[in-house]
Design a binder for this molecule. Structure first.
Ligand SMILES: [Zn+2]
Length: 122
């Protein structure tokens, strides 16, 4: 049909992104969480910062949303339920996580995202 699929998908894509490789954090109790979604938008609190929205889940499906602003104290963590699509994404990333021999595990969500962005994601 001559339609460029990549362009069409890019035009329709929402602001959020999903990493295709596992990105992991480990909390103080040793629980691993995998990044399922990353998005950003202008901060409604300070109006000049950018809020990073992240969705993380333990391999069991225990999921949390963690959001923070780049410049003010607007930050939150809340427990959430995964949708079917998010759970499917978790199972795929979990399989890859278990299959890979070396995965960096960050101690905090913000450190993981900062490192991803330094490496060019998105
Ligand atoms: Zn802010």
């Amino acid at each position: 049909m001559g339609v460029n699929l990549v362009d069409a998908r890019a035009a329709a894509a929402p602001q959020s992104l999903t990493p295709d490789r596992p990105v992991a954090i480990r909390d103080s109790s040793g629980q691993i969480f995998l990044l399922l979604e990353l998005a950003s938008q202008p901060c409604a609190n300070c109006r000049f910062g950018t809020v990073t929205h992240t969705l993380w889940s333990a391999p069991t499906g225990h999921a949390e949303r963690m959001n923070w602003c780049s410049s003010c104290f607007n930050a939150a963590t809340e427990r959430c339920e995964l949708s079917d699509a998010e759970y499917y994404r978790l199972t795929r990333l979990r399989d890859r996580f278990l299959a890979e021999r070396q995965i960096e595990c960050w101690s905090a969500a913000r450190l993981a995202i900062d490192a991803m962005q330094r490496r060019g994601f998105p």
